[in-house]
Design a protein around this ligand. Structure first.
Ligand SMILES: [Mn+2]
Length: 386
């Protein structure tokens, strides 16, 4: 049995102010091409299908096109999906019983009634059956009422209890789809900026992998960099695209899992997804950065750090003559470094950092160098006054 493992599509996500629609569409088309080529027995998508709880019409169109292209492949490849923390259960669950007729299986919420159970899909190969358990993102409060008082006190106990009540036969081959923050004995997976995980105090969102290690494969979503958690068979496949500058060195891929007989172990391969526009950090003098533009790289998303001692006039505008998508421009020179040292890094950096991210959030784009200077002036004045 062979299956593709995907997660965190975040359809509709923007990178700074730029739409990623074409990039997302291209990445999903590559998944379809690979599916035609490798003919997996199933495609698993482990949460955060959409970036927002209320996806745009355009986002639905991208997702719809993806499902349509997949379902055009014959024989049909079953698709299994669980909701992530970014997805809205009701919206994602729309028409799910209709979709099942086309072997598209969707689980959007954990059991809420005593008689409810995890959605389980059974596929067969030459070695017998493989059971796929679909566990959507859950918080302890969603399921606490199903158990004795005090049984569910954390994310970990919630996941343990919810899996425990399924009476899974571990003598068979079982696969779990899950979208949670799994850790290895308190050791956190490598994270990046686009995840926007809210880590509650005391790490209560963590679920130790011991809770799921008896599955033959655990297909995870939530963390955006591909990685195993403790064991090769417990794995985050990562996003299909780079969703933040902090992911510039990630190699995005589809995880392809081949499973043989029970106890034989699994084989994992990664099928690269080639980006249309790469996300890159560049550093140097304005002149150098501009001169390094080529026909191939000028469409990439760039995060630029300028090292000019004499600060250039309207650097973003100048860079935009050479490149199509400038995400942000920062300056690193004697002035900006002295400022930090002179005033005590933590103390003075904070208001500026906070304003930068506030502005980004409100305006969908970073401050220009001029605006940056203006706000810095205001912060300076305020600091002198306090
Ligand atoms: Mn995500």
């Amino acid at each position: 049995m062979r299956f593709f493992h995907l997660s965190d599509l975040h359809i509709g996500k923007q990178l700074h102010a730029y739409s990623l629609r074409d990039n997302q569409q291209a990445a999903l088309s590559q998944v379809v091409e690979r599916a035609r080529e490798y003919r997996p027995d199933a495609i698993l998508i482990c949460g955060d299908i959409f970036d927002r709880a209320v996806p745009s019409g355009e986002s639905y169109a991208v997702f719809d096109k993806f499902l349509q292209e997949l379902s055009a492949i014959t024989p049909t490849i079953p698709v299994m999906m669980v909701a992530g923390n970014h997805d809205n259960a009701q919206r994602l669950g729309y028409a799910s019983s209709f979709l099942e007729k086309h072997q598209i299986y969707l689980s959007v919420s954990a059991p809420t009634q005593q008689e409810d159970h995890l959605k389980k899909i059974v596929l067969h190969d030459g070695y017998g059956e493989v059971n796929f358990y679909l566990l959507p993102f859950l918080k302890p409060g969603y399921v606490r009422h199903l158990f004795a008082e005090g049984a569910v006190r954390s994310y970990e106990s919630a996941v343990r209890e919810i899996i425990g009540r399924e009476n899974i036969d571990y003598g068979k081959r079982n696969v779990l789809l899950s979208h949670q923050f799994y850790t290895n004995g308190g050791q956190e997976p490598k994270r990046c900026e686009s995840e926007q995980l809210v880590i509650s105090l005391g790490g209560l969102e963590n679920v130790d992998v011991s809770v799921v290690e008896k599955f033959d494969y655990v297909a995870l979503g939530h963390i955006h960099g591909a990685q195993k958690v403790k064991f090769p068979h417990i794995r985050y496949c990562g996003t299909p695209l780079k969703y933040s500058v902090s992911e510039e060195h990630h190699r995005k891929s589809i995880t392809m899992v081949t499973m043989g007989e029970k106890g034989e172990g699994i084989a994992i391969e990664t099928l690269p997804i080639e980006p249309v526009q790469d996300v890159r950090k560049v550093r140097g003098l304005l002149k150098e950065v501009i001169e390094s533009a080529t026909d191939e790289n000028r469409h990439d998303f760039l995060s630029v750090i300028l090292t000019d001692e004499k600060e250039p006039y309207h650097p973003k505008e100048q860079l935009e003559e050479a490149y199509d998508c400038i995400l942000e421009v920062r300056v690193d020179n004697a002035r900006t470094r002295n400022r930090l040292q002179g005033q005590g890094e933590e103390f003075c950096q904070q208001p500026m950092e906070m304003f930068r991210s506030f502005y980004q959030e409100m305006q969908g784009q970073p401050l220009t160098a001029e605006e940056e200077a203006m706000v810095e002036g205001i912060v300076d004045e305020w600091e002198e006054g306090t």
